[in-house]
Each structure stands twice: as structure tokens, then as C-alpha cells.
Design a protein around this ligand. Sequence first.
Ligand code: UAG
Ligand code: ATP
Ligand code: API
Ligand code: MG
Length: 486
Amino acid sequence: MKLIDVMKNLDIIDFVGEKTIEINGIAYDSRKADQGYAFVCIEGLKTDGHQYIPQAIEKGAKVLVVEKDVEVAPNIAVIKVKNGRKALSRMGANFYGNPSDHMRIIGVTGTNGKTTTTHLIKQILETNRVNSGLIGTLSYKILDKEYKASNTTPESLELHRLFHEMLINEVNTCTMEVSSHSLELGRVADVGFQIGVFTNLTPDHMDFHGSTENYKRAKTMLFYQTTVANIINIDDPYGNEIAEEIKRLSTNLIRYGVNKQADIYAENIQTSSKGTIFTLVTPKFSGEVKIKTPGMFSVYNALAAIGVCYALDFSFDQIKEGIESFHGVSGRFELVPNTGDHTIVVDYAHTPDALENVLKTIQGFAAGKIITVFGCGGDRDKTKRPMMGEIAGNLSDYCVITSDNPRTEEPQSILNDIEIGIKRTQCKYKMILDRKEAIREAVRISKENDIVLIAGKGHETYQILGNTVIDFDDKKIAQEILREEV
Ligand SMILES: CC(=O)N[C@H]1[C@@H](OP(=O)(O)OP(=O)(O)OC[C@H]2O[C@@H](n3ccc(=O)[nH]c3=O)[C@H](O)[C@@H]2O)O[C@H](CO)[C@@H](O)[C@@H]1O[C@H](C)C(=O)N[C@@H](C)C(=O)N[C@H](CCC(=O)O)C(=O)O
Ligand SMILES: Nc1ncnc2c1ncn2[C@@H]1O[C@H](COP(=O)(O)OP(=O)(O)OP(=O)(O)O)[C@@H](O)[C@H]1O
Ligand SMILES: N[C@H](CCC[C@H](N)C(=O)O)C(=O)O
Ligand SMILES: [Mg+2]
């Protein structure tokens, strides 16, 4: 593609070079630059992309996109812009032919429930013979092809590449998780969304956003970017505020919740360990819906997905068939199969709200004691640690505090932060740094009718210790320990 076409609608401060040259690709990481590439320099949070210009040129880059003045050989074109990330997004969209403009993109944002809701939407769509790409925490999926996810919402360049690949494969719909990081950092700035979903907003990511106001503002950006409908959980106080704020927009606003002020709501909710039944009420139809997962949070995720399909004009029967065939998501309230009488739940609760929801759900049907094994991620929001300690302490009979992904933090100091919260409760607990030993301890002390919750890592198959990544899968480890027992 010619540079002039890649540069379309780019905010340029200065340009030196020849606009008619051919561009073979774009890179924002010097290590991925190649012959005939444009290298976009990003001033990151850890390092500055401008430092890697020599490496990018050595690998064959012939165009640089910079925020700062740089001195390079005259055969290298230089585009000066105000914001490298924004430029990357615009150029990525141009390079791949603005694919999202030709697609139906459904974006789901919120602290918790994004992965589950996107999977539910995909399930309803595909039950009704609409292929949908999927972009989120677990992976990026296009038909049978599955790519490992680097981030929940990838960088703009990867996003537009994925959309492009979807279109080539005649997949015209994409359901994706839209993290607050991606909104704040402009990864989705040039994505044409048709539908936006807000699940909830509760404490998380203070390390990155600094305040709840900033966190909310980032999430709200999505709803100004949609063309067809915004589906908002108004039982969440922030959701309610967002709905008020965006109601003046021309986009269709669909409010959901479990109260009758919502456009789409659930009533007569009955939830047990086996699943949940409720009556779905919408302005056009109502009827009974059964889902295989327990808990109120499952009802909310179902309503969010139903809201999307309602906005897309699906009938009650189409929605019911889709939602009732959904078997859940890996690592979300997943029971560890075993031949004995152990009940072990692996769940990805890594925020205070998620942990509270999951534990309250378990309390709803636990006949014996609740034993919770959990930790908190390192190099991430520290404020949630004591909150999670207190919640786990209040809602469990016994806790084993352990490591999640400590990353580069001192593992024991993370446990100490959690302990501050658990000490505010009467709960008995133990601190065991080694996650495998912690799980072993929980299984060892559990008796018939007790429930062991292993929270925080869900589907993850690794553990990040310092800068090393080791194999670690809560489900497999629990099974291994159970096998050792017999
Ligand atoms: C906090 C955050 O989001 N950081 C993202 C950000 O990194 P950064 O600004 O720190 O970049 P940097 O490391 O300083 O590098 C600056 C530039 O130099 C380049 N570079 C670097 C080294 C080199 O040798 N050559 C080179 O060119 C880099 O490619 C980059 O362009 O931009 C990078 C490129 O897109 C992302 O990979 C990176 O995500 C990191 C891995 C991350 O952990 N992000 C998490 C917090 C995140 O985004 N999470 C959300 C989900 C959260 C949730 O909802 O639960 C997500 O969407 O995944
Ligand atoms: N609607 C909800 N409200 C509160 N908690 C929820 C909800 N849905 C799921 N959870 C809890 O949050 C955990 C994570 O769920 P899920 O992976 O769907 O969220 P996510 O928003 O994609 O998370 P991430 O930000 O890590 O991508 C679940 O394991 C469960 O404990
Ligand atoms: N998307 C979340 C995942 C957290 C999962 C937890 N296991 C951890 O590593 O902290 C985040 O980036 O905060
Ligand atoms: Mg997710």
C-alpha cells in the first residue's frame, strides 16, 4: 500500500519524505519491523519507542512515525505526529482497509463479566447461524483458528489485522472485550462499534487509572463510539449514571437489570448449584429462560447478552435456544471433576466484587464449610488486596492466602497486604506462599459437604514469578492433589 494511503486522515505536524513509496507493513515494536515497514514510535509507560529507531531501521523500516524531532538518513521518511498511539491506530485501520466499517462489532466493557458475556453473545449468534469472531482474555478466535491472547484487548494494529482476517473469512460479526486500558490508550479509537455493553464498574485498576472517576470516564468512551445500541446495566450505580449521560445520544439505549425500571429485566429468579431459571421480560416478549451457571452475576451476564441479541432483532426462541445451550467458560465457576466427594470450584474472581459475588453464590448452597484459596496479582492495583482479604474473611469459614501471579513484587508483601483485610474479620486463615501447597492444604482440611474455592487464576495455565513464567493450572493441580490423596 502507498504511504499516502496509510497516512489518510492522520493528524500530521510535519512530514519529510516521499509519499508515493510502498509500505509493506507497520510495526510499533522495533523487534517486529521488517523491510519496507513504517515504524511507529510510542512513548510507553516503561520505555520510549524512539530509543529503538536504529534497530527498526536496521531491520528495514523506511518510514518513522515520531512524536519527537529525530535525525536520520535522508532516505528515511519521517512523519511527526502529536500522539504515536493515535497515529498507530489510524494507520493500522487504513492499512487493513478500515475493516470494522464493514462489520458488526459488538464491544463489551465493565470490571467483571466481559469474557463470560462475550462468550454468551457468540453462543446465541452461532446457534442462529451467525458466525462471530471473538477477541478477549481467553484468545482471539476466527472460525476454527485460535490465536493466543496477548492482552484482553490487543493493540490497535493487531485489532485491525484481526478484523481484516475475519472479513477475508466472511466473518462479518465480531464480539470483543473492551478493557478500560484499551479505551484509555486509544487501542480501539478507530474501531467502528455498532453495539456497546456495560456490565459493571467496581474497584480495580487504580494503579493505572488513578481514580474511579478516570476509570469510569474511560469505560464511558465506548458508548460515544457506537452506532446502533448501548446496552447498560442500570442496577450498577455507575451504569445508571452512564445511562443518564448517554440517553441524549441518537444510539438506541437499552437498560437492563433485575428491577422493573429496566427495559430488559429478569424476575422470578431461582438459582441453585445446578443453574438458574428466570423469567425474561422485554418490551417485545417475555418467557422462561434456564442457564447452566449459578448466581445472580450469571443472570446479569445473561441479560447483557440478551440485550445485544434483542437489539439485533432476535426472537425469544432464538435467544432462548442460544442461551440454554451455553455451557460456561473455562475457569469461570468451573467444578473440578473428581471421583470422590470433593466440591472444588475454580473461578477467575480477581477483584473484590467478583470474589464477593462468587462467595455469596457458594454460600447460597453450601451445606458444609467454605474454604477459600486466593491471592492477588503483583504489579497491579494494590488497593484491592485488603478489600479482597476482608471479603474472603467475611464470607468463608477458612482461607488459605497464597500467591497469584506475583510478577516482580516480593510475594510475601502481597500476602501481607491481603492479611490486613482478613485481620478485620473473625475468619481463621493460613498464609502459604506456594500456590500448590496452598491448594493441597485446602483440599486436605476439607470434609464431605465442604466447598473449596480456588480463586483468581481461572483459565490461566501459568504463573508469573518474577520475570519467569512457569506452568501452573489450578484445575490440573487440584486434580493431581486429589489423585495423590487416594
Ligand atoms: C499498562 C499497559 O496497558 N501497557 C501496555 C502498553 O505498554 P507500555 O506503554 O508500557 O509500552 P512500553 O513497554 O513502555 O514500550 C513502549 C514502546 O516501545 C516499544 N519497544 C519496546 C522494546 C523494544 O525493544 N522495542 C520497542 O520498539 C514497544 O513495543 C512500545 O511500542 O502498550 C503495550 C503495547 O501495546 C502493551 O503491550 C502494554 O500492555 C501490557 C503488556 C499490560 O500488561 N497491559 C495490561 C495492564 C492490560 O492492558 N490489561 C487489559 C485488561 C485489564 C482488565 O480489564 O482486566 C488488557 O486489555 O489486556
Ligand atoms: N456480572 C458479573 N458481576 C460480578 N462478577 C462477575 C460477573 N461475571 C463474572 N463475575 C466474576 O468475575 C470473574 C471474571 O469473569 P469474566 O472473566 O467474565 O470477567 P472479565 O470482565 O472478562 O475479567 P477480565 O477483566 O480479567 O478480562 C468470574 O470468574 C466471576 O467470579
Ligand atoms: N485482566 C486482569 C487479570 C488479572 C488476573 C490475575 N490472575 C492477575 O494476574 O493479577 C488484570 O490484568 O488485572
Ligand atoms: Mg476478560
